[in-house]
Design a binder for this molecule. Structure first.
Ligand SMILES: Cc1ncc(COP(=O)(O)O)c(C=O)c1O
Length: 344
C-alpha cells in the first residue's frame, strides 16, 4: 500500500501507478494501453485544445467493511459520458468498455485505494474523453481518445459535512438557455470560473446559479446539484440547464425509500426562506450542507439578503441521507438498489 496519510487527503491530484488509454480511429477502439507516464503525446491541433471538444466523468471506488472493492453506479457515468459525447459529436466507449476500464484502473492502482478505516477517503476515477485528431476547422473530431485517470482523495472542502457559505450570482450564468448545461463538457466549467473566482475572493465556497432564461428559479452550483429539505420533503430543481447528478438521483431514491416525499420541480428563489436544510450534492462528498446562502442583486454588490440554515452542522435529514448512501458505498448497509459494482 502506498505510504500516504489517508486522513490528510484532500480533493487533489496524487500521481498513481498507471493511467489507461484507448483511441477511437478508423472505426474502432485501439486495445487498452496501461501507461505509467501520466503525460501523453497529443497533436497541438487536437480539437480538445482549440474548441473544447472534451467531456469527462467522476466516480469513486471504495474499500468496504468486508474488504471488497465497490464502484458506485459506474454504468450511470458511462451513459452520461455517452450523452455528453453525442452532444459534442464524438465517439464514446460502450458501457461495457467503460466499466471494464474502471475495474482495470482500480486493480492497477490498488496501492492507492484507501483502507476502509480511512472514513471519507476513496479512489476517485476520472474518465476523460477528448477530440484528438489534428484539425483546424470547427467540427466534431473524427478521432477520440478515452483516458481513465485515478487519484486517492479525501473530502472536497475542509472536511466532509462541514457546512459552507455560498452566493447567488445573478449577473453570471454557467450555462445558456437551451445550451450545454445538462452535459458534462469541460467548456461548462471554464465558463463558470470567472464567477467562481469572484465568489472565492468574497469568501464563498461556491456559486449558486439561477436558471439562465428567467432568473426566477434555482439551477445548481459549480460542481454539484442543489437540494433542500422542507418538512418531510426532499426538494430538488427540475431544469434543462443542470447536470443530471448521479448522487442526486440516488438521494431521491433513498429519500423515497426512507418515507420522504420527493419533489423534483422548478424551485423559485423566494422559496429559499422556507427551507429547513439546504445542501450541495455530488460524487465528491455526497452532501455538503449549506449554512449561509447569500442573494445579491449582482455578485460584486454590497447589498444582500442572507438565508441561514442550521448552526454550521449538517441538518438531521441530510445527515440521514448521507449516512445511507455512504453506508451502501462502504458495504455497511445492504445495497437493496443494486448500485455497487464489485471489482474482483
Ligand atoms: C455541474 C455539476 N453538477 C452536479 C454534479 C454532481 O454530479 P454527480 O452526483 O454525478 O457527481 C457535478 C459533479 O459531477 C457537476 O460538475
Amino acid at each position: 500500500m502506498a505510504n500516504i496519510d489517508w486522513s490528510k487527503l484532500t480533493f487533489s491530484y496524487t500521481k498513481t501507478n498507471t493511467i489507461l488509454r484507448s483511441t477511437f480511429k478508423d472505426g474502432a477502439w485501439t486495445p487498452v494501453e496501461s501507461l505509467t507516464d501520466d503525460y501523453i503525446s497529443l497533436s497541438t491541433y487536437a480539437g480538445a485544445l482549440h474548441y473544447a471538444i472534451e467531456c469527462f466523468e467522476g466516480l469513486k471506488a471504495f474499500r468496504g467493511k468486508d474488504g471488497q472493492i465497490r464502484l458506485f453506479r459506474p454504468e450511470e457515468n458511462a451513459k452520461r459520458l455517452q450523452r455528453s459525447a453525442k452532444y459534442l459529436g464524438i465517439e464514446a466507449p460502450s458501457t461495457e468498455m467503460f466499466v471494464e476500464m474502471c475495474k482495470q484502473i482500480v486493480k492497477e492502482n490498488i496501492d492507492f485505494l484507501p483502507p476502509y478505516e480511512a472514513t471519507g477517503a476513496s479512489l476517485y476515477l476520472r474518465p476523460t474523453l477528448i477530440g484528438s485528431n489534428p484539425q483546424l476547422g470547427v467540427q466534431s473530431s473524427k478521432e477520440s481518445t478515452f483516458l481513465i485517470l485515478c487519484s486517492p482523495v479525501g473530502a472536497y472542502v475542509g472536511g466532509a459535512l462541514d457546512a459552507v457559505d455560498v452566493v447567488i450570482a445573478r449577473n453570471y450564468d454557467r450555462a445558456a438557455p437551451n445550451g450545454s448545461g445538462a452535459f458534462k463538457v469541460g467548456g461548462n466549467y471554464a465558463c463558470s470560473l470567472y464567477s467562481l473566482n469572484v465568489a472565492h475572493e468574497l469568501g464563498y465556497k461556491a456559486v449558486l446559479y439561477l436558471d439562465p432564461a428567467t432568473k426566477k428559479f434555482i439551477d445548481e452550483f459549480n460542481s454539484s446539484n442543489f437540494f433542500a429539505i422542507k418538512g418531510n420533503s426532499y426538494i430538488t430543481p427540475k431544469s434543462d440547464s443542470i447536470l443530471p447528478s448521479i448522487t442526486n438521483m440516488s438521494l431521491e431514491t433513498v429519500a423515497a425509500h426512507l418515507g420522504m416525499e420527493v419533489e423534483r420541480r422548478p424551485v423559485p428563489v423566494e422559496e429559499l426562506s422556507t427551507f429547513e436544510e439546504v445542501g450541495e450534492c455530488g460524487t465528491a462528498v455526497v452532501i455538503t450542507p449549506v449554512h449561509k446562502l447569500v442573494d445579491k442583486p449582482f455578485l460584486e454588490s454590497e447589498e444582500e439578503t442572507v438565508y441561514t440554515y442550521g448552526d454550521g452542522q449538517c441538518g438531521p435529514k441530510s445527515l440521514k441521507l448521507y449516512n445511507y448512501i455512504r453506508g451502501i458505498q462502504r458495504g455497511e448497509i445492504e445495497d437493496v438498489f443494486g448500485w455497487n459494482v464489485f471489482v474482483d
